[in-house]
Design a protein around this ligand. Structure first.
Ligand SMILES: [Zn+2]
Length: 489
């Protein structure tokens, strides 16, 4: 198979430059209803059915804040070490677009609910870097414009209008594509752990806008920034940043200027292209929304939310690597997938065997991927996997049989102990039983024995194979090897 050479990161090619990257993430909240009305969101596939006079922007209709959205915002704020504002305000951000019937979006510009947090990210060398957050604010999503290529007509679907979002804004402290990817992965895990967002990037439930500029190291002035909008995978975001850094550095090297603009990523051709020039904040004519009162959050509320916070990704990683003895690589895989991390913890309650993680990463993940089932649908529950591994560790079954039991449990949902009994998979471990079998093999193969004794060491494998065959794979390999050495000496 041909593998494409991975080009060196562009900042290694131009070490005299540095990148200044800030990321705004839109997190779509999994509340039952929208942010300012009781319409459901992301339920109906039929356009314009999850709507009411408020989210459709009828004149005279008034927004009422959904309390759960505030609760989720506090969760996100506490989990990212923010200060929670006891009073925050909603503002109107004005722009005209057909999917925004009020001609303004309700957001928080001047007094957001959370400020000054940070997210610790892990770098490839194992060290940790804190990415500071400027703010987290609540806002409503817009609807969707749909352009038909066939009829040349355009349609407006307002089902998404009023969907609650949190916008999480980082300081421009991200220095390269790797850090950006690590930051986004960490942030996505956090909102998934909090149970406030599905994190599904393809469906747009977790989307990132990335602001990028470059400058010569040591320069104090910032370069002109370009925004990369709505890229829906970690890989594409990191590819797009690499591309954009190269494009900007090469323009600077050629003495050209960089336009302040929004660019999109085309993953098919692997390039960014200009979408529109970027507005300045002043163009939106922000002002406080007179339809909504001050959002008041007291200490009691904040402390109640803090008490319910789950173990967060960073803490879980620490526990897995220090207390549970997992490698950083193994812990990373578990932490990124909460279901998998919980699976490990459940299995670990029954068996503390070091083999559990190998079985999870190799056999379990291999099985669910191959058979296209989710972890929750898989018949091999953490309890059953732990029992299989305990039988293996105690020598009741050997590795070969354990794999067979695993597959049978996966296929039938049966109990591991019953399957071992029914299929007669118990290991033949007693020295007496195996001694008879080994003697037989030695007697039946005089030529091979002679050749082995004359120095054909490789024949040892042949004898082991014969013994496994005679025991139908149930012989204890360790005992077999010891006995063979004795009889072949
Ligand atoms: Zn509505």
């Amino acid at each position: 198979m041909m593998t494409r050479p991975v080009p060196a990161p562009v900042l290694e090619i131009y070490p005299e430059y540095e990148a200044i990257i800030g990321i705004e993430v839109h997190v779509q909240l999994t509340t039952k209803s929208k942010i300012f009305c009781t319409s459901p969101h992301h339920v109906s596939k039929e356009p314009n059915t999850d709507i009411c006079s408020i989210c459709a922007g009828y004149p005279g209709s008034l927004p009422v804040l959904n309390e759960v959205v505030v609760d989720y915002a506090i969760r996100a704020g506490l989990a990212t070490n923010c200060t929670i504002s006891q009073e925050s305000l909603f503002d109107r951000k004005h722009y005209f677009y057909p999917d925004l019937p009020k001609n303004y979006q309700i957001t928080q510009q001047f007094k957001p609910i959370c400020t000054k947090g940070y997210v610790p990210i892990r770098l490839s060398d194992g060290s940790t870097k804190k990415i500071n957050l400027t703010r987290i604010h609540m806002e409503e999503d817009a609807g969707k414009n749909i352009h038909s290529g066939i009829s040349k007509e355009s349609f407006v679907d307002l089902n998404r209008a009023g969907t609650p979002l949190l916008e999480i804004v980082s300081e421009p402290e991200i220095s390269n594509a790797q850090e950006a990817k690590s930051y986004l992965k960490t942030l996505r895990s956090i909102v998934q752990y909090l149970g406030i967002c599905t994190g599904n990037m393809e469906e747009g439930a977790f989307r990132a806008d990335t602001n990028i500029s470059v400058r010569k190291r040591g320069a104090t002035e910032l370069g002109t920034r370009v925004e990369l909008k709505n890229i829906n995978s970690f890989k594409f975001i990191s590819d797009a940043i690499e591309y954009e850094l190269k494009r900007q550095i090469e323009r600077v090297e050629d003495g050209k200027t960089i336009q302040q603009e929004t660019r999109l990523w085309d993953s098919k051709i692997g390039a960014t292209f200009a979408m529109r020039s970027k507005e300045e904040a002043a163009d939106y004519r922000y002002f406080n929304d007179p339809d909504l009162p001050i959002v008041k959050v007291d200490n009691e509320w904040i402390e109640a939310v803090r008490k319910e916070l789950p173990e967060l990704p960073h803490a879980k990683f620490e526990r897995f690597t220090t207390k549970e003895g997992l490698s950083a690589y193994e812990a990373d895989i578990l932490v990124e997938d909460l279901d998998l991390a919980n699976y490990f913890d459940e299995a670990h309650k029954i068996s503390t065997s070091k083999q559990i993680i190998n079985w999870i990463l190799r056999d379990l993940l291999g099985y669910v991927k191959e058979n296209n089932v989710s972890l929750k649908e898989c018949n091999v529950t953490p309890q059953k996997l732990a029992i299989i591994i305990e039988m293996l560790e105690s020598g009741k079954i050997n590795n070969h049989a354990a794999k067979e039991v695993f597959i049978l449990v996966a296929q039938t949902g049966g109990e591991p102990a019953d399957i071992v009994k029914e299929k007669g998979l118990e290991q033949i471990g007693s020295v007496d039983e195996l001694d008879v079998i080994i003697k037989q093999i030695v007697d039946e193969n005089p030529d091979s024995v002679a050749a082995y004794k004359q120095g054909k060491d490789r024949l040892f494998g042949f004898f082991v194979g014969q013994a496994m065959k005679k025991t139908q794979g149930k012989g204890d390999p360790k005992v077999i090897q010891t006995l063979l050495k004795k009889h072949l000496a």
